[in-house]
Design a protein around this ligand. Structure first.
Ligand SMILES: O=C(O)CCC(=O)C(=O)O
Ligand SMILES: [Fe+2]
Length: 403
């Protein structure tokens, strides 16, 4: 058996960051000066704390939000006790059938149409703020154009609000109040791959832009946010299906580091000061200037976590490959490490993801969501007549979007 950390190290190269730095492109004078100044600060930390112990250092970081890494589930009509018990160990369940293969093919065309639609209301908002970026997104059929499409699209609302899907979510969350709060499209094509990561950054605090908040007195569990990964094409290991490291929800320390650095940025400099100078410069460049969370920053964080925690992700696991027929879906905990297989096929893999929350534990802001596009574009779903949350018992309302 292989441990999770071995798989992760195998996939995420943490020794050579040159390619990640090159992908950022040349830095301007100000950016270079910033990196130089921070690298100097790191060296000052190194001198100040000569001989200090890395274990003692992490003990003093800002502790994460309250959480309990166990999972309570509730078997009922939708799902049996054995599946629930397995889920509580692995944070993975599936595949389940959501729709027929014909319906999946029709929905796939619908989703592709969303990405090609010059009047996509989301695109129109982006166009107002960043016209060049909007043109690029449309040209490339950027999957971001499908973000939160369920808020205004009756067809996607019906699919992600499917009664049985919501019941299954409720059983695996052990909750009687489940809402779909976010949806996304994912696609793998030649050269594409989703790097291994956890989705813990949805949690309040890691980035200030989040709309997800813990209710007072509640704690986060690995099944507080679950994802439905709905395959609209066939998904195979050849065409880049998702692969999940089951049970890795139990180790959140990679992202706990991000949380503490976000709270006290000087700690990041102090942490970096344990590493060699060349790596410090590379990681600072990545942390400050890389785009796309799962490539640069995740890798930099992973490097630090791997250095500071001797038993990081030490459990023995086997990848769960989300192989699926069109119209089937898998469920996974946002806390599980996941990424995709490399794409080595002819035809693209396309997936609709719905993200579900236990509303007894979370409060979700419904009057905005933010996306990092050419700065930060702010949306006001309510003003647009969009319907942010999708809860059990909701009626699918067509055409509510304001003209
Ligand atoms: O399907 C993929 O390639 C990535 C999906 C993912 O990371 C997610 O749903 O959180
Ligand atoms: Fe993810």
């Amino acid at each position: 058996m292989t441990t999770a950390i071995e798989y992760i190290r195998d996939e995420i190269d943490t020794e050579d960051f040159r390619a990640a730095v090159e992908a950022i492109g040349p830095l301007n004078l100000r950016q270079r000066a910033t990196v130089r100044a921070l690298a100097t600060a790191c060296r000052a930390f190194r001198l100040r704390y000569i001989g200090r112990d890395k274990h003692a250092f992490v003990e003093r970081l800002v502790p994460p939000l309250p959480r309990d890494l166990s999972m309570k589930t509730r078997a009922d009509g939708a799902i049996d006790g054995a599946t629930c018990a397995a889920f509580a160990q692995t944070g993975v369940a599936g595949p389940f059938r959501l729709m027929s293969e014909d319906d999946a093919a029709a929905l796939l065309e619908h989703c592709r149409g969303v990405l090609r639609d010059p009047h996509n209301p989301f695109l129109e908002i982006i166009r107002q703020h960043a016209p060049a970026e909007a043109r690029r997104m449309l040209r490339e059929e950027d999957i971001l154009l499908g973000l939160n499409r369920f808020m205004l699209d009756p067809q996607l609302r019906a699919v992600l609000g499917d009664d049985r899907l919501l019941e299954t979510m409720a059983a695996l969350m052990g909750s009687d109040d489940v809402a779909c709060w976010r949806s996304q499209f994912f696609r793998q094509r030649a050269g594409g791959r989703t790097a291994l990561h956890q989705n813990i950054d949805f949690l309040a605090g890691i980035n200030e832009k989040t709309t997800v908040h813990l209710r007072p007195g509640r704690v986060f569990h690995p099944n507080t946010i679950l994802n439905a990964w709905v395959s609209l094409t066939e998904a195979t290991t050849d065409n880049g299906c998702l692969r999940v490291l089951p049970g890795t929800f139990a180790d959140t320390r990679i992202y706990d580091l991000a949380w503490s650095f976000n709270k006290r940025p000087a700690d990041l400099l102090a942490a970096l000061s344990f590493l060699p100078d060349r790596i410090i410069t590379e990681l600072l460049t990545i942390a400050l200037f890389s785009k796309g969370a799962h490539r640069g920053t995740t890798r930099a964080l992973f490097k630090l976590a791997d250095f500071f925690y001797d038993d990081l992700m030490a459990r023995e696991v086997q990848f769960a490959d989300f192989v699926a027929r069109p119209g089937e879906y898998w469920i996974f905990s946002s806390f599980n490490m996941h990424g995709s297989h490399a794409f080595e096929a002819e035809r693209e893999r396309f997936t609709l993801v719905g993200r579900y929350a236990d509303m007894n534990t979370l409060r979700i802001e419904t009057d905005r969501f933010d996306v990092a596009i050419a700065g930060r574009v702010r949306f006001d779903p309510e003003a647009l007549g969009w319907q942010p949350l999708l809860r059990a018992g909701d009626r699918v309302e067509a055409g509510r979007r304001a003209a």
